[in-house]
Design a protein around this ligand. Structure first.
Ligand SMILES: Nc1nc2c(ncn2[C@@H]2O[C@H](COP(=O)(O)OP(=O)(O)OP(=O)(O)O)[C@@H](O)[C@H]2O)c(=O)[nH]1
Ligand SMILES: [Mg+2]
Length: 341
């Protein structure tokens, strides 16, 4: 039990400060033997959860990669002790593939079944906590084509090596591949167009995260079991906000995992995904009484006029936090102006 999670001093730190001290690179943790020893010293077990919906073509390779990393760890100290695939009753044979490659495969609907049928990705992740036994729980999307070993050791690296760190989010470049071209950073459109602008406005502490919606992250089981989970695609947004409230930004980290290519959904499907993110943020704001405040114009005027836009990005030279000054001025109805003249 991490007794200190609730009591841990929550020191509010600025996103730029945080970015400097809590951004890591997977290469810092490539000594898998050393990482395995650290894990053994701390007597920690690790579960990895793969939420799956029609990923028969990718999930097997990901499980193989996890097992290959385990083979590089010291005898008796694998990095990952339990591999869980939590499947949306996919019709493409995902469950069978996952089980054949060595995962414990569950239907999301059979876990905590008294809650009825599962509501999307977030619900599957939440239900997986009822069967995840590790002290640390790592999540990873199961639709990644180029799943590399560093996705495992890179994500686990900071949490196994830096005592203050209790939550680690993956960061990466996301190319956008169309039939003819590859645009190096064209992926992650919901993140760029919805999450980052919303965080800039309402949760500036979180603006240092390059991929706040990444499905690759790890945290203490005690942490994940003590926060609510939003269902569907709202889950990552909710976790970011709730983890920050629970353990503070200083206990969160990000790690550059390189490049990640996954399936791209059509733009019109992203609109709904975007809406999930907006709803997650609105829900938290309402709970904190901040939506009403905004309506009463109690937010500082300055926020509406001058606002630095912080943009965390992964580049060929590593992670960077760029800052732009965005001025938003409201002109009065021009009738009012012209009438005066
Ligand atoms: N169990 C379960 N898994 C899901 C569900 N929806 C999505 N997933 C899985 O969750 C992971 C991420 O879902 P995606 O739909 O790829 O979402 P995304 O990666 O944010 O979106 P893209 O950028 O379009 O890939 C994948 O492994 C999916 O198979 C669901 O309803 N239930
Ligand atoms: Mg995906």
């Amino acid at each position: 039990m991490y007794m200190s999670i609730d009591e841990r001093a929550i020191t509010p730190i600025d996103a730029a400060e945080w970015f400097k001290h809590r951004s890591y690179d997977h290469a810092q943790f490539s000594d898998v033997e050393e990482l395995g020893r650290r894990k053994r010293e701390q007597n920690l077990k690790v579960s990895i959860v793969l939420p799956c919906r029609n990923v028969a073509d990718t999930v097997g390779g990901i499980i193989d990669e996890v097992l290959a990393v385990n083979d590089r760890a010291p005898m008796g100290a694998p990095l990952v002790d339990q591999i869980l695939a939590v499947d949306a009753d996919s019709e493409d044979g995902t469950m069978e593939v996952a089980a054949r490659h060595g995962a414990e495969a569950y239907s999301e609907n059979e876990l905590l079944s008294h809650y009825g049928g599962a509501h999307g990705k977030g619900d599957a992740m939440w239900r997986s906590l009822s069967v995840a036994t590790g002290d640390l729980v790592m999540f990873a999307d199961a639709d990644t084509r180029d799943f590399e070993p560093q996705f495992i050791y890179g994500t686990l690296g900071p949490i196994l090596s830096v005592p203050q760190v209790r939550f680690v989010k993956g960061a990466f470049r996301r190319p956008f591949k169309s039939s003819e071209t590859v645009e190096q950073d064209g992926g992650g459109r919901v993140t760029e167009l919805t999450t980052k602008p919303l965080f800039n406005l309402f949760y500036p502490e979180l603006t240092g995260f390059v991929q706040p919606l990444a499905g690759e992250f790890v945290g203490d089981r005690d942490l994940f079991t003590s926060i609510p989970f939003l269902t569907g695609y709202a889950v990552e947004t909710g976790i970011m906000i709730d983890v920050m409230k629970k353990v503070g930004l200083g206990a969160m980290a990000q790690v550059d995992l390189g490049t990640r290519q996954n399936r791209h959904q059509p733009l019109r499907d992203l609109s709904r995904m975007s809406y999930s993110v907006v709803r997650a943020v609105a829900r938290r704001l309402r709970e904190d009484g901040r939506l009403d405040q905004a309506r009463e114009h109690n937010l500082p005027e300055q926020l509406f006029q001058f606002s630095d836009y912080r943009h965390a990005v992964a580049t060929p030279d590593g992670l960077q936090l760029q800052e732009y000054v965005e001025e938003l001025v409201e002109r009065p109805p021009i009738n009012d102006v012209l009438r005066v003249g």
